[in-house]
Design a protein around this ligand. Structure first.
Ligand SMILES: Cc1cc2nc3c(=O)[nH]c(=O)nc-3n(C[C@H](O)[C@H](O)[C@H](O)COP(=O)(O)OP(=O)(O)OC[C@H]3O[C@@H](n4cnc5c(N)ncnc54)[C@H](O)[C@@H]3O)c2cc1C
Length: 447
């Protein structure tokens, strides 16, 4: 390493971890030259993706161009590229056109949803990770109502609409709760032949309770708040198959106009390519200073890293962990450049919040547990505070206040294809208005 030249630091991924690492490293001025590589041109505020998926917010309100966020830092450059591999021995990152050399590497490529070895379910049951995913979910949900109305006009009968959400973690819970709000309130008076309020929102959770990472009382409260919003919550229910227009639970086949996937986590495939041990989800088992075993110049952070806290519990895949790890790694590099020794990473847990729907949420701040409106208000203000860009904060606050009082959701656009998996295969049962809620046992058995 030439001491007169700035240290070359490559950051893979401009999510919560990578972006905060780059912002902190930028403060080292001439001592470092930072290259941020991301396959997208924007940073996505993932906690609000469900709002885009359910037509409450538009993509530009929860995402911001990476180049704009880092624009004022002259020692940071941004490359929109897909990283295909890393060679830690030669200290290079591989992108399509060339190799990018580094002195330090920070890998913050995140994680996505996993289909438990059934990748063929993905086109039938989209998960929620990117803006594209959110727009696809929005398309399917809104399209289902339109197709049901069209079918009702043509046949004179109301189609039975089931929306199934798989996975009772925070994403599944917020999706199910908001879908209930859309069906039962937002669209309630806009269709003439169908009654959107009769839509059946089903949340399937394989474990014994929703929000398993929260305390038992908050899980129970979340379940009750979901039920009050009109969600059919089914716990200890394992999905055994996803088909076009239906889902299987054991031997039972459940008709579903829309299936959404919010279960399972798979770390970025880049983790395995680093050559270090990974856990079952593909997360890299990092050293206590977040470095790669045998390569102190490589750090892995955020959802891609597996590290236990002082109590031996695995750190959760949440934004505050990624943010703190990004800042910590930048501090580690700064210390090392000054010849100081490394420290171990310690996560400072400020608490957890999960939103469920309109005025419904749970919050856990140490021994303080809150549910309902107060938890929802805390969730709302904390998320607006962390949203990137003053303009977005103001817009989101206004949008939320507006839809809270009017039940309106302003981004109800169907874009792209007008095909809905399963619909053209006539998998959707047609029920007379009086029998909409009745079980059609030839197709569907309650689970
Ligand atoms: C729907 C949803 C809701 C969530 N809600 C909350 C919440 O309410 N509170 C909370 O704390 N956490 C929440 N999380 C979790 C939180 O978003 C993650 O823990 C956090 O984003 C992890 O940060 P990260 O930097 O590790 O990865 P990410 O933020 O996922 O960023 C990874 C980045 O790497 C890029 N990338 C990946 N692979 C490559 C490649 N090969 N080449 C180039 N670039 C690549 C991606 O484009 C992305 O920009 C939620 C997550 C989701 C999906």
């Amino acid at each position: 390493m030439n001491r007169n030249k700035p240290h070359r630091i490559v950051v893979i991924g401009a999510g919560f971890g990578g972006l905060n690492a780059a912002l902190s490293l930028a403060k080292l001025k001439d001592a470092v030259q930072v290259t941020v590589i991301d396959r997208k041109n924007h940073h996505t505020f993932q906690p609000l993706l469900y709002q885009v998926a359910t037509a409450g917010l538009s993509p530009g309100e929860i995402a911001a161009p990476i180049r704009w966020i880092l624009g004022g830092r002259s020692n940071v450059e941004v490359l929109m590229e897909e990283v295909s591999g890393v060679d830690p021995d030669r200290r290079v990152v591989q992108i399509a056109s060339r190799e990018v050399p580094y002195d330090y590497l920070i890998v913050a490529a995140g994680a996505s949803h996993a289909y438990f070895g059934h990748d063929e379910w993905e086109p039938l049951a989209p998960g929620l990770k990117t803006i594209e995913d959110a727009l696809e979910i929005r398309r399917r949900v809104l399209l289902a109502f339109e197709l049901a109305e069209r079918q009702a006009v043509e046949t004179g009968q109301q189609t039975e609409l089931n929306f199934v959400v798989v996975g009772g973690g925070p994403t599944g819970v917020e999706l199910a709760g908001t879908l209930a709000e859309i069906s039962h309130h937002v669209l309630a008076h806009e269709f003439r032949k169908i009654d959107p309020a009769t839509t059946h929102i089903i949340l399937l959770e394989g474990g014994p309770r929703v929000l398993p990472a929260y305390s038992e009382d908050l899980s129970q409260s979340a379940k009750e708040q979901l039920q009050q919003l009109g969600v059919d919550v089914r716990i200890s229910t394992m999905v055994t198959g996803v088909e076009s227009g239906a889902i299987r639970v054991g031997e039972t086949r459940l008709l579903a106009a829309v299936v959404l996937w919010a279960a399972g986590v798979a770390a970025s495939p880049l983790g395995k390519k680093l050559g270090a041990p990974v856990d079952r989800a593909g997360r890299v088992l990092v050293q206590p200073d977040l470095s790669l075993p045998g390569h102190p110049e490589v750090f892995v952070i955020g959802d891609l890293a597996a590290l236990k806290d002082a109590d031996g519990k695995m750190l959760p895949g949440v934004a505050p962990v990624a943010i703190q790890e990004g800042e910590f790694v930048a501090r580690t590099i700064a210390r090392e450049l000054k010849g100081k020794p490394r420290k171990n990473f310690h996560y400072f847990d400020k608490g957890s919040l999960a939103t469920i729907g309109r005025a419904a949420a749970v919050a856990q701040f140490g021994k303080i547990h809150i549910s309902g409106f107060l938890a929802w208000l805390s969730w709302l203000f904390i998320h607006i505070f962390f949203l990137i860009g003053f303009r977005n904060r103001i817009i989101v606050l206004i949008q939320w206040a507006w839809s809270y009082f009017t039940y309106e959701r302003g981004a109800r656009l169907i874009t792209g294809s007008t095909d809905l998996p399963g619909w053209s295969d006539s998998h959707i049962s047609v029920a007379s208005p009086e029998s909409t809620r009745r079980e059609d046992t030839s197709h569907r058995v309650a689970v």
